[in-house]
Design a protein around this ligand. Sequence first.
Ligand code: ADP
Ligand code: MG
Length: 592
Amino acid sequence: PAIDFSKQPNDGYFLVARALAKLGVRHMFGVIGIPVTQLASAAQACGIRFISCRNEQAAGYAAAAAGFLTGVPGVLLTVSGPGVVHGIAGLSNAQVNCWPLVMISGSCEQNENEVGKGAFQECDQLAAVGGHVKWAGQAATAADIPGTIAQAFQAAASGRPGAAYVDIPSNILMASVDDLAAVQQAEAAVAGPLSVPRPAPPAAGVAAAAQLLRGAQRPLLVVGKGAGYAQAEGPLRQLAEAAGLPFLATAMGRGVVPDDSPLCANAARSMALGQADVALVVGARLNWQLHFGEAPRWSSGIKFILLDVEPSEQDAAKSAVVLRGDAGTGATALLAALRQGQAADTPLLPGAAASGWRAGLQAKVAGARDKLAAKMARTAFPLDYHTTLRVVRDELNRLPKPAVVVSEGANTMDNARVLLEPVVAPRSRLDAGTWGTMGVGPGYAIAAAVVAPDRNVVAVEGDSAFGFSGMECETICRYNLPVCVVVMNNGGIYGGDRREQRLRELAAAGLAAAGVPTDPAPTDFVPQSKYHLLMEAFGGKGVAVATADELQAALRQALESRCPTLINVAIDPQAGVESGNVHAFNAPKGGS
Ligand code: ADP
Ligand code: MG
């Protein structure tokens, strides 16, 4: 039934809630308390689902993921002072990932008798969020609220998406606008559902890009998470397929063009990067994850075509052609330009068609897949990453509808990226992202289950990563979300107790060692922790498994029942490596 907004109060709480509802917000994540408890209730009264988390940090991760998954900025509600500080974890992570997020926080009353004197939860919140947002503003009166929220949404979603912050002092939340004409005038600031612009890149740039691609011997498409956010899967699939353009996808750009396409070069990443002569980079930055676009991982003569809604200056400086525009609109324009004046039976990329590049990549991919298949065929006991993830992969691939898979933890995430494939649907992978943020998993899983209720959500978590936000199991149970958390339990960060091994390494390097310290190593946790009892504690299902068969049975039941489940997998404590597979970040053996 439609909600009669005209019968609602015109206080600050309802002015916020109605502005959000009019903007098209359907979910809000947060933690309530002074002074925003009534704001969450007002949101519910306006038809917005309020997902109440156990910590603002996890709520912020959830809201950010909702922004990425739906294209509408996620909304995070926080209390003043410490709530804002916790919320900044989510805010900064969204900003760094280029995901749209609007954080709304109450703040202490703005009055001369209290401010500056240590008022309850007093904090200069605008200053605190300063380095982590695209935009921040404060509502100075209740009538200011709708306009301030509209501006925050606009800022979060336009250009390069990111984080925005709205501060509302408690006295403004509690104030009412009495004059009905003034209410109407204030609410006119929100015209209706937010429309995100999809700008087309300038035609001259598109023509130059098409020409560069036609002449390329070894062209490559790189699909980033910006393309996933832009929901550019239709145009990008068409472009790749029509042009026969091999592609690599970044971790969260996976599935925009499906992994099972013969053009997917993910399993031949080094060759693709190292030998491409022209790379069309769509919705991805040339940051550490793409080796800064520099030699030796890329060939020194590489020419980049950058298609990005808001390219950074340094990425633009590295590119031969910069296409400022939306990923989908831009891909459509580029395909049209490639087709322009071409007979239907001639290849759109004649240089690539003649060079044997595609076949070369395919041969490399086939070789890599054979090697991996041999490694995966073995069933290890105690369980290792390959065996565990093979079982997870096979269960995922049986599902009628692709699951959303969250993964985090150094070894867990690196292995999951490679082994949990194919990714065939966009926005189906969520992980630690640009910042390598650990602790995002439970929040991301909650968001995915809330915004895509018809899908299963599987969060594959290292035991360390899980620990950051493990209490969100209660949230998962309370909302009865179809989330299955798989904890890869090797009893520590990177791996289990390695003190003896470390001492041997030190001795071999001729360095003194004082003996096994009595304290646990910084990387150790309590061995064989019973994480599954956490889900049981809140009425979900918890299962401890130690073999491939036990894991398979538990996972199948979780996916079929859609009941909140935690599967605690006993992993060989020696199975992981430090920093996962990012070997460049590992300390040299025998060093400090
Ligand atoms: P990845 O981690 O997958 O490499 P990044 O986070 O580095 O991706 O890059 C995402 C990029 O996507 C950002 O540069 C951002 O400006 C861009 N982007 C966001 N929305 C769009 C859009 N609609 N069209 C094109 N690019 C977009
Ligand atoms: Mg671990």
